[in-house]
Ligand binder design. Structure first.
Ligand SMILES: Cc1cc2nc3c(=O)[nH]c(=O)nc-3n(C[C@H](O)[C@H](O)[C@H](O)COP(=O)(O)O)c2cc1C
Length: 194
């Protein structure tokens, strides 16, 4: 589980996806985040974040059997800290560190039609370059048809509103857990097959 969250909405989704992952026997989530970046100069962050999960390290990507990648929607795209982190993965790309492993993506935005789906699709592109196997959310999850808030077949989402409320709707919780279970189930099967 790797996510960036500034105000807590993506973090709320991440926590539910982790619950779903832990519903699959034998699979444990390792939760990591990325530091902020500054437009003025390279930000210097403490080695350990003041709150939330630790910063991701190369060994986390090597050790994982699957990856749930989360970012807020920023102008219809992923947030710069996540993109900055992904842009630094040249050696993982060359070495095929993530190749053949399953991945899913998730996001949160202020408005319902404010670019969640374009954000999710943009997050999939670098993962495909790494050879990851993308896992979506099927419509067999009834909450996907029911939801009046977040949730897309490309990955779970949260609609935070202009106040950035991190409280998830019932459907968002159901779909986040379903996404975690699905990723963990596929990861376990692929890991056994290799
Ligand atoms: C610079 C910036 C750009 C944003 N762009 C969008 C956007 O394109 N569409 C949208 O609906 N919300 C947008 N938002 C709102 C965030 O996506 C929303 O608050 C999200 O829930 C934040 O997630 P977090 O609480 O995990 O940080 C933007 C916020 C910021 C700060």
């Amino acid at each position: 589980m790797l996510y960036y969250s500034h105000r807590g909405s993506v973090r709320a989704l991440a926590e539910q996806i982790v619950r779903g992952i832990h519903q699959v026997p034998g699979v444990a989530a390792r939760v990591r985040t990325v530091p902020k970046v500054s437009a003025l100069c390279e930000a210097v962050e403490a080695d350990i974040p003041a709150d939330g999960p630790p910063y991701v390290e190369a060994c986390d990507l090597e050790a994982c059997v699957g990856l749930a990648l989360g970012s807020p929607t920023r102008f219809g795209n992923m947030a710069a800290p996540m993109k900055y982190f992904l842009d630094g993965l040249a050696s993982e790309w060359v070495n095929g560190t993530l190749a053949g492993k399953p991945a899913c993506v998730f996001s949160s935005s202020a408005s319902q039609h404010g670019g969640q789906e374009s954000t999710l699709l943009s997050m999939m592109l670098p993962l495909l370059h790494h050879g990851m196997v993308l896992v979506g959310l099927p419509y067999t999850e009834a909450a996907l048809n029911r939801t009046r808030s977040g949730g897309t077949p490309y990955g779970v989402t949260h609609v935070a509103g202009t106040d950035g409320i991190a409280l998830l709707s019932e459907e968002e919780i159901v779909l986040a857990q379903a996404q975690g279970r699905r990723l963990a189930t596929v990861a376990r099967k692929l890991a056994v097959a290799q």
